[in-house]
Design a protein around this ligand. Sequence first.
Ligand code: KIV
Length: 269
Amino acid sequence: MLKKNTVTSFREAKKRGEKLTMLTAYDYPTAKLMDKSGVEAILVGDSVGNVILGASDTLSVTMEDMVHHGKAVSYGVKNALLVIDMPFMSYQTSVYDAVTNAGRLVKEANANAVKLEGGNVVCPQIKAIVEASIPVMGHIGLTPQSVNAIGGYKVQGRGEESASKLIEEAKAVQAAGAFAVVLECVPADLAKRITETLSIPTIGIGAGKHCDGQVLVVHDMLGISGHSTGFVPKFAKEYTNVGELMTKAFSEYCLEVKSGNFPSEEHGF
Ligand code: KIV
């Protein structure tokens, strides 16, 4: 029997040394299948901009996009912890905006928690959202909303100075009240140090096996991204090739309609 995952069960999993699973979803049927499979957290990522809306980055994603996709996902989620990303400029502008927009994701899209990117600089926002009784998942390392400032999608925390800075950011996010933190594109040994330093769970993506949990973008792990965006990150394992299955089914349908083999009698009235 699957049980409802909560921020408390996340904290307890870390204490017991149990690995946590998270995947992204952007629609009802995918969320429903994931939830049934026992995935412990479902993230409505702002990666919706790349993998669903066809943009080249996440910067154009709006609160309306997140509410729209978040609500659809929420209808498919029973047991997983539903985490919804705060999009670019929905929290960076002020603490007031951050709390108001986090509240919208709870009230309008049924989020159990929100996720936002950044370290020290967004700690006042994390603290205020948590004080409004909305759990926050942090996200440090490669933070795609800062792509223009970082100068590309690069591994973060290489070299001792940069590594120490990232450890300090992780500690600050925890002290601000985050219940978990995503580590994206961080060397595995640094992710291990951060994981051992923090009492909250670390969820890795491109951060090696020592994190307390893992997250992947669903279109990457299903083998769709390679066929759509044409880009599969090095850290993403393709567990199947849904893109190939879809292309085959679409081609077969075209052939059968053209040849008059579909619809047959069994598909008619
Ligand atoms: O938007 C997203 O999908 C994410 C994951 C990569 C963690 O933030």
